[in-house]
Design a protein around this ligand. Structure first.
Ligand SMILES: Cc1ncc(COP(=O)(O)O)c(C=O)c1O
Length: 367
């Protein structure tokens, strides 16, 4: 009997209008140096696995976790000298981004996004049925904010949420603190400042939370803390806004293993300090090495990655050849505004960084 085909597309939402959402490319080749997603593979594997073992012995998977990860909120609040009601934990920084959009936007309203930046802001706004008011940074190498232009082209009430990412992904720069403060002070809505990479930067604006009630700072434990696979992110801000964000969360949104591992990793002060210093000094070394390659212009970074522009070659052929011939996986940023022919690599261990450098030089030579 012939099955009757039903048109399912008419039964579901299509926020991306047939263009697809966030679909990372499928990698078929064997990856030996994984430096495309800014994970922290410099975090000593034996340390994180030992902590994981201790967590596994302690937790009971039959029991629901704490409602809102209260014990972790307290530890984080103490770290930043905040009240624990000023902290909300989510299933990764991406969940926090999604919550910020749900908090502020309904169909017909926009998130303000300053490209090039982290693509999940646009994704989250569209999933929510909202749109994007897009601005551009100034061109390379500054990638700076034109604050006056942005502020004078905002539509109050329609542009309800401003995403700022500092240090910024993928450009790597950290914006001038005064410019960020001006945007936060004058934007007529909520500002979500993404500080996922601030551990590797020059400053954090957590100290400014008291000055700006409309400011929410978003953080992730995927980078310095080496927990990308465990999915922990958090937001810091005004108690009223944080309580509204909590209302949007599904019950028990973070699993007990991630919660307990986060609490354990956050106490590893010596490991974290050594890692921060190690990554920063490796970043500076690799930057100088990249500068020595005639075909490459690296951009100054305050993160755990470096974006660089390549001339005389196509970024995708460099990326593909690196992967095919050496197993080194980096990210092609060419499709992103202002990042034509740019690639992005993550700083990890000295050994991995060297493997990348050698592989890159060899690839340029054989192409
Ligand atoms: C700027 C920025 N924000 C947020 C995230 C999300 O981090 P996660 O969802 O892994 O916590 C990332 C991940 O790469 C990022 O680069």
């Amino acid at each position: 009997m012939q099955e009757k085909k039903i048109d399912l597309s008419g039964m579901v939402n299509d926020p991306f209008q047939g263009k697809g959402g966030f679909m990372p490319a499928k990698i078929k080749e064997k990856v030996t140096v994984r430096i495309g997603l800014n994970e922290n593979l410099a975090f000593p594997e034996e340390v994180i696995k030992e902590l994981m073992k201790q967590v596994a012995a302690k937790i009971d998977p039959r029991i629901y976790p704490e409602d809102y990860c209260e014990s972790l909120c307290e530890i984080i609040a103490e770290k930043y000298t905040l009240n624990s009601n000023q902290v909300v934990i989510g299933n990764g920084g991406d969940k926090i981004i999604d919550l910020m959009v749900r908090l502020t936007i309904v169909a017909g309203q926009n998130a303000v996004i300053i490209n090039p930046t982290y693509p999940m802001y646009e994704h989250a706004a569209k999933v929510q049925g909202g749109g994007m008011t897009e601005f551009l940074l100034t061109p390379a190498p500054e990638f700076d904010l034109d604050t006056d232009y942005i502020l004078s082209n905002i539509t109050p009430k329609k542009d309800r949420l401003l995403f700022l990412c500092s240090p910024n992904n993928p450009t790597g720069n950290q914006f001038d603190e005064g410019k960020l403060r001006k945007l936060i002070a004058e934007f007529p809505g909520i500002v979500a400042l993404d500080e996922t990479y601030s551990n590797f930067g020059q400053y954090s604006l957590v100290k400014a939370l008291d000055d700006y009630p409309n400011l929410i700072i978003m953080k992730s434990m995927s980078k310095l803390f080496g927990m990308a696979g465990m999915r922990i992110g958090y937001a810091l801000g005004d108690e009223f806004l944080i309580s509204r964000i909590k209302e949007l969360l599904p019950a028990f949104n973070v699993n007990v293993a991630s919660l307990e591992l986060a609490k354990a990793v956050i106490q590893e002060n010596k490991v974290l300090t050594d890692l921060t210093n190690g990554i920063i000094s490796e970043r500076e070394r690799i930057f100088l090495e990249l500068q020595k390659i005639a075909e490459i212009t690296p951009y100054k970074s305050f993160t755990n990655f470096i974006m660089f522009k390549i001339k005389d070659y196509q970024a995708d052929e460099i990326q593909n050849n690196l992967l095919k011939n050496t197993g080194v996986l980096i990210r092609n940023m060419s499709a992103v505004p202002l990042c034509e022919n740019c690639l992005r690599m993550t700083i990890t261990s000295k050994e991995n960084n060297n493997k990348f450098l050698i592989a890159l030089k060899d690839t340029i030579n054989i192409l």
